[in-house]
Design a protein around this ligand. Structure first.
Ligand SMILES: C[S@@+](CC[C@H](N)C(=O)[O-])C[C@H]1O[C@@H](n2cnc3c(N)ncnc32)[C@H](O)[C@@H]1O
Length: 296
């Protein structure tokens, strides 16, 4: 697979008529060195004569965050700090080569800088989310590399990784074991993956296959029990599977704000029974796992 050709081809996405004006706005942002605070809110301190909020709003929907740029709080649909903080005690990225697959606008990558990793690379094939990343990174000025590539390109990537995060992507893949194999091959001879996915309760090695949508999300293919997920991971080649955490998403973590159009979690659950989705499936719960690749 020739990644350079794919990169050149995808660079053209930045000229789409919904993306080009956003890129033009980034190109004329005022430049300076700004103070950055990498807390629950990724904050950029300083001031600008430009209307940052107006520019940021042209880049909606903002799903992952929050960010604060000068006076403008980008109150994203997800409080991604909750997931980050849940995982924080389970990783140390010092001097590691790190990838975040499905990195969205890079919120976790910005926060991961606190560990001083050797490198940080984000993969996400969305020109809008890359544009949000470039907007925030104009102020942060990080060395994070953002590739407009998907998990399917990872095994062909020029570099291998020590730690790969893959959060909230597995259930979007029609062949989850193939995706797990791609993560395995994206690691160096040894390494670790931190992954989360929706799961259903149960001791049986089973997966729910939603008919057309799950929690109103159309492209969800499989929601496994934890034993089924373990089997997928072992079949993909990992030598160890450790459950780190489980959680149920609530309306504090995911909710409608003025930074997204349309609906959010409260519209996705059964109004009479919030343990079920509107389709009648078990409400979304997540399992967070660490997978180890050992030297053969
Ligand atoms: C549910 S979001 C998860 C975002 C973030 N990782 C998190 O956990 O909060 C899924 C992300 O996967 C990205 N995505 C879509 N297709 C992908 C692919 N083929 N490979 C990697 N990421 C993909 C989407 O653009 C989106 O940002």
């Amino acid at each position: 697979m020739n990644l350079e050709e794919i990169r050149i081809d995808r660079q053209k996405w930045m000229t789409w008529k919904n993306i080009k004006p956003l890129r033009d706005a980034i190109a004329v942002l005022e430049d300076a060195n700004f103070e950055v605070e990498l807390g629950d809110v990724v904050k950029i301190k300083g001031e600008s004569t430009q209307n940052i909020e107006d520019i940021a709003r042209t880049m909606m929907p903002w799903r992952k965050g929050p960010f604060e740029i000068f006076e403008c709080l980008i109150d994203t649909e997800w409080k991604s700090n909750i997931k980050y903080n849940l995982l924080r005690k389970h990783f140390n990225l010092k001097d590691k080569r790190v990838a975040d697959i499905g990195c969205n606008n890079g919120y976790y990558l910005f926060r991961m800088q606190e560990d001083s990793p050797k490198s940080l690379v984000g993969f996400d094939p969305s020109p809008l989310y890359k544009t949000q990343f470039d907007f925030v990174n104009h102020f942060v000025k990080s060395d994070i590399v953002y590739e407009l590539l998907g998990v399917e390109h990872l095994e062909f990537y020029e570099d291998k990784f020590d730690t790969i995060f893959c959060l909230g992507v597995l259930y979007h893949r029609s062949d989850p074991v193939a995706m797990l194999k791609s993560l395995f091959r994206g690691l160096d001879v040894e390494g670790e993956v931190i992954l989360d996915t929706f799961y259903i309760e149960g001791d049986d090695e089973m997966a729910l296959c939603p008919k057309s949508s799950y929690s109103k999300i159309p492209n969800i293919y499989f929601v496994p029990t934890i034993p089924a997920l373990k089997n997928w991971c072992l079949r993909a080649g990992f030598s160890s599977f450790e459950v780190l955490e489980t959680s149920v998403t609530d309306a504090d973590e995911q909710r409608k704000t003025s930074w997204i159009e349309g609906q959010s979690l409260e519209d996705f659950l059964d109004p009479n029974d919030n343990t079920k989705t509107v389709e009648g499936y078990p409400a979304p719960a997540r399992v967070y796992v660490k997978l180890i690749k050992d030297k053969k």
